[in-house]
Design a protein around this ligand. Structure first.
Ligand SMILES: Cc1ncc(COP(=O)(O)O)c(C=O)c1O
Length: 443
């Protein structure tokens, strides 16, 4: 379809953006919303799997708030939990019984969880996990992987999308700060390695193992498109960490309570020392946590500081309890159904790609998967491989999908929710098929 067909379709969003910029720094509340090729859309309302924007356009939504809306938009069970929570209160500067209740649920579900500490966001939980690892091991170095995201704070916002020219294959590279205003002193103890590269991890842990407090990673890399762990990678890193006394930290902010009730660690059968959760833990409410081995978490009672006026606030906990009930009770049937529907959509997209002769690769799982427009012989294994990806094709795919009323993330990945129905999947797959046919025709 001609680009002119869509002239005027987003005028109200554009107008709101330019008006908002007069009062709101850069027009947004998170820089992540500026990453697409187009100005961000403004949304009026959502319900279930659908969103309506300020121009009245309807979308089948596969962004789902970048992951948290695991039950879709405005799920009834959550609205009820919120209203009920107002009967209790909000923040006491003291304890409520809900904290231990939700912590107990997490301990039952998550393999590594012996003790839990609540935060408001994933970023805070990442910072706490790293502090715990350093305090427990009395070491300072942390290994992270390029392309992985662990929040926007100084100590970790490094090498998330480093320029490809700075990448040296196989070896650690200079940590690349992702923001102005980050003094090198804040990340000088980070070592950045390529993910899915056992040799690089083994070499680093063999030579510096005694200095390494922890190895932090997304067990499935979800923040530059979706890249899955190579068979044996997680297991071997677990073994190497145990061998040198470094803690293995899984950042499950995206995978947690999404890939399985016990997260990626349960799906892959690899238990880290610490894990970080957020997003799908509380269906759209700010709630995060660190969960892990008792002796590590117990340092919070022996000299490790963590605070937060809103940590453990009543609404967050009530929503967390209601969310886990919906997704993880009945043996995780909610998540299993969502996984099946996502697999169906991924299969339909793969079929369309084949039929229209477009080479692209789909990676991930039903609950969250993504496309890379890369040469067919390449299996994307780490951030560095993305230098071979056709970014323009990816951007075009995402933009055309939005024009067709289907919303993927700006990195061409899809978040499923329990609100997506079989007919949503069929409708989305048909729309994607038309987009891919158009793209093939115009090439
Ligand atoms: C893997 C991962 N870790 C941490 C974070 C940060 O979480 P939050 O945005 O709640 O601070 C995110 C957010 O997208 C994430 O994807």
């Amino acid at each position: 379809m001609d680009a002119d067909t869509f002239l005027g379709r987003y005028d109200e969003s554009k107008r709101l953006m330019s008006e908002g910029r007069r009062y709101l720094a850069a027009g947004v509340s998170s820089n992540a919303r500026l990453t697409g090729k187009r100005p961000p859309l403004f949304f009026e309302r959502g319900r279930g799997s659908e969103l309506v924007d300020a121009d009245g356009n309807r979308y089948l939504d596969f962004v789902m708030g970048m992951g948290p809306m695991i039950l879709g938009h405005r799920p009834e069970a959550i609205e009820t939990a919120i209203i009920d929570s107002f009967e209790i209160g909000q923040v006491f500067g003291g304890q409520s019984r809900l904290e231990a209740q939700l912590a107990e649920k997490i301990v039952q579900l998550v393999p590594c969880a012996e003790l839990v500490r609540f935060t408001n966001t994933g970023t805070e939980a990442d910072l706490l996990a790293v502090r715990l690892a350093r305090a427990f091991t009395r070491r300072s170095k942390i290994i992270k992987f390029d392309g992985h995201y662990h929040g926007w704070a100084d100590g970790l916002a490094v090498s998330i999308k480093p320029p490809f020219e700075q990448q040296e294959s196989g070896n650690s590279v200079q940590p690349h700060p992702e923001s102005l205003g980050m003094p090198p002193s804040t990340y000088e103890d980070l070592i950045v390695l390529p993910w899915n590269d056992l040799d690089a991890v083994e070499a680093c842990l063999t030579s510096h193992g005694g200095d390494i407090a922890g190895v932090i990673m997304e067990p499935v890399m979800c923040n530059n498109g979706v890249i899955t762990p190579l068979p044996g990678f997680l297991e071997k890193v677990r073994e190497l960490c145990t061998g040198c006394g470094a803690l293995l930290i899984f950042d499950e902010v995206i995978t947690g309570f999404r890939l399985a009730p016990g997260g990626a660690q349960a799906k892959f059968g690899v238990t880290p020392d610490l894990a970080i959760f957020g997003k799908a833990l509380a269906a759209g409410f700010p709630l995060g946590c660190v969960a892990g081995r008792a002796e590590v978490m117990d340092t919070l009672a022996h000299g490790v500081l963590h605070g937060g006026t809103y940590s453990g606030n009543v609404t967050g906990l009530c929503v967390g309890l209601a969310t886990l009930y919906q997704t993880c009770s009945r043996g995780g049937k909610g998540l299993k159904d969502l996984e099946d529907r996502g697999n169906k959509l991924a299969e339909r997209i793969a079929e369309s790609l084949r039929r229209h002769g477009i080479t692209a690769q789909i990676q991930g799982y039903g609950a969250h998967f993504g496309l890379f427009f890369v040469p067919s012989e390449l299996r994307v294994r780490s951030y560095r491989d993305l230098r071979f990806a056709d970014r323009d094709a990816g951007d075009e795919f995402v933009a055309r999908l939005v024009d067709a009323g289907v919303r993927s993330t700006s990195r061409a990945s899809f978040f499923l929710s329990t609100a997506h129905t079989d007919s949503d999947i069929a409708e989305a797959a048909d729309a994607i098929d038309v987009v891919l046919a158009d793209m093939a025709r115009q090439r």
